[in-house]
Design a protein around this ligand. Structure first.
Ligand code: SDX
Length: 396
C-alpha cells in the first residue's frame, strides 16, 4: 500500500549502473573523463583525443591518434541516398527533428551488417557515428537555409571541417578562423560525456534490448532536445534576449522576482543541475572560451555577454539561488559563444548532440560489452486504483 511507503521523488529518476567512463563529484564541482580532469583535457587535448579516451579508456599515443584520426576522416561522407531524407522535411523544421530522423535512418544503411556482440563491429559503428555526425548536423543547417550541402574535406581538422561544412558555399573559398575552430573543439570536449544524464540513460535503456546503436543514438538525441536538458542553451539565449529586449541589466531584478514566483513557471535557464550543487566546472571553462572568442571577434562589449555576467553575479549573491545550491551549468554561456561564432540558435542543441555522440556510444559500448548486462526495466511505485470489478456499460 502506498501509505506504508514514503515516496521519494528521486526514486523514479534514480537508476543505478556500473560505469568506468565519467566521474562527477557534484558537491566539489569535479568532472573527470576516465580519471582525467576536464580542466586539463580542455587545454592539453583535442576533441578527437578525447573521443579516443572515452571510447578506449586511455589517451592515444601519437601513432594511435594518427590512425584514429585517419579512420574518422575517411568516414565523414554520408551515403548519397541518405541525403534524400532531408528533402522530406519542411525547410523550417527544427534541426533536432531532422537529426532524430536522419540518425535513426542510419540504421537502414548499416543495421543488417552489424553484429553488436562483435567488438569490431561496435568499433566500426562508433567510428561511423563520430565521423558522420558533423556532416549530418551541418547538412541539417544547410537544408534549413536552402544552401547546397558541402562535402567534408580531408585536409581539415575535425572542428574546422564542421565549420567549413556549415559556412562554406561552392561560390567562394572559406577558411575557418583557427581561434574559432579551437574554441569549437573545446566546446565539443566540454559536452562529450556526463555520466548517467537523461539522454545517456535513454541510450543505455534503448541499447539494453539489443537495438542497433544508430537507433539508440537517435533516442538520445530525442531526449537531449528537451529544454531541461540539452535544449537549455537555446532556452538560455532566448531568456537573455527577452531580458535584453525589455531593458537589459536594469530589468534583471524584475526577472529574478518572476523566477522566485513559483506560479510564473519561469526558470533561470543555464542555472541548476541534478548533480552539481556547486559550480559546474564546464561553466567556468565555457565562460573563459566565451571571453576568448568575443575578444578574437572584437565583441567583448557584446551586450548579451555583459548581461549574462551581471545576471550570474546577481544570482550568485541571491539567497533564493544560494539556498538551493543553484549555480551556472554548462548551458549558461554556451549559447552566447556559439551565437558569437555565427552558429544559428536552433543548431545549439544539434552541436551538443554532435559532441555527446561519443559519450553515448562509449556508454552504449560499455553496457553491450558487459556479460552481466540485462534488459533495463525501471521499477514503478503503483499509486492507482485497488482491484475492482468491471460493470457492463449500461450499469456504469
Ligand atoms: C544539462 O544531467 C546532466 O548531467 C545534464 C547535463 C549533461 O551534460 O548531460 O549536465 C546537461 O542538462 C544541464 C542542465 C540544463 N538545464 C537547465 O539549465 C534548465 C534550468 N535548470 C532547471 O530546469 C533545473 O535546475 C534542472 C532540471 C537542471 C535540475 O533540476 P533539479 O536538480 O531536479 O532541481 P529541482 O528541480 O529539484 O530544483 C530544486 C529547487 C526547486 O525549488 P523548490 O521546489 O526547492 O522551491 O530549485 C529550483 C526548483 O524550483 N530550481 C530553479 C532552477 N533550477 C532549480 N529555480 C529557478 N531556476 C532554475 N534554473
Amino acid at each position: 500500500k502506498s501509505g506504508a511507503f514514503t515516496f521519494d521523488p528521486g526514486f523514479m529518476s534514480t537508476a543505478s549502473c556500473k560505469s568506468s567512463i565519467t566521474y562527477i563529484d557534484g558537491d566539489k564541482g569535479e568532472l573527470k573523463y576516465r580519471g582525467y580532469p576536464i580542466e586539463q583535457l580542455a587545454v592539453n587535448a583535442n576533441f578527437l583525443e578525447t573521443c579516443f579516451l572515452l571510447k578506449n579508456g586511455e589517451l592515444p599515443t601519437q601513432a594511435e591518434y594518427d590512425a584514429f584520426e585517419t579512420n574518422v576522416r575517411t568516414h565523414t561522407m554520408v551515403h548519397e541516398q541518405l541525403t534524400r531524407f532531408y528533402q522530406g522535411f519542411r525547410r523550417d523544421a527544427h534541426p533536432m527533428a531532422i537529426l532524430v530522423g536522419v540518425v535513426g535512418a542510419l540504421s537502414a544503411f548499416y543495421h543488417d551488417s552489424l553484429d553488436i556482440n562483435n567488438p569490431e563491429h561496435r568499433n566500426i559503428a562508433a567510428i561511423r557515428l563520430i565521423a558522420k555526425m558533423p556532416t549530418i548536423v551541418a547538412m541539417a543547417y544547410k537544408y534549413t537555409v536552402g544552401e547546397p550541402f558541402m562535402f567534408p574535406r580531408n585536409d581539415l581538422g575535425y572542428a574546422e571541417n564542421f565549420l567549413h561544412m556549415m559556412f562554406a558555399t561552392p561560390c567562394e573559398e572559406y577558411k575557418p578562423n583557427p581561434v574559432l575552430a579551437r574554441a569549437l573543439d573545446r566546446i565539443l570536449i566540454l559536452h562529450a560525456d556526463h555520466e548517467q544524464n537523461a539522454s545517456t540513460s535513454t541510450v543505455r535503456l534503448a541499447g539494453s534490448s539489443g537495438s542497433n546503436p544508430f537507433a539508440c543514438i537517435a533516442s538520445g538525441i530525442a531526449c537531449l532536445w528537451g529544454p531541461a536538458h540539452g535544449g537549455a542553451n537555446e532556452a538560455c539565449l532566448e531568456m537573455l534576449n527577452d531580458i535584453q529586449n525589455q531593458g537589459g541589466v536594469a530589468k534583471i531584478g524584475e526577472f529574478i522576482a518572476k523566477v522566485k514566483d513559483k506560479n510564473s513557471g519561469v526558470k533561470l535557464m543555464g542555472f541548476g543541475h541534478r548533480v552539481y550543487k556547486n559550480f559546474d566546472p564546464r561553466a567556468t571553462l565555457m565562460r573563459e572560451t566565451c571571453h576568448e572568442v568575443l575578444g578574437e571577434l572584437g565583441l567583448q562589449d557584446d551586450p548579451l555577454f555583459k548581461l549574462a555576467m551581471e545576471l550570474e553575479k546577481i544570482a550568485l549573491e541571491d539567497e533564493y539561488f544560494v539556498s538551493r545550491k543553484l549555480y551556472p551549468n554548462v548551458d549558461f554561456y554556451s549559447g552566447i559563444v556559439q551565437k558569437a561564432m555565427g552558429i544559428p540558435v536552433p543548431l545549439f542543441t544539434g552541436i551538443f548532440a554532435l559532441a555527446r555522440t561519443i559519450g553515448w556510444i562509449a556508454q552504449w559500448n560499455e553496457m553491450i560489452g558487459d556479460p552481466e548486462q540485462k534488459i533495463g526495466r525501471p521499477r514503478q511505485l503503483y499509486t492507482g486504483a485497488t482491484t475492482r470489478d468491471v460493470k457492463p456499460i449500461a450499469q456504469r
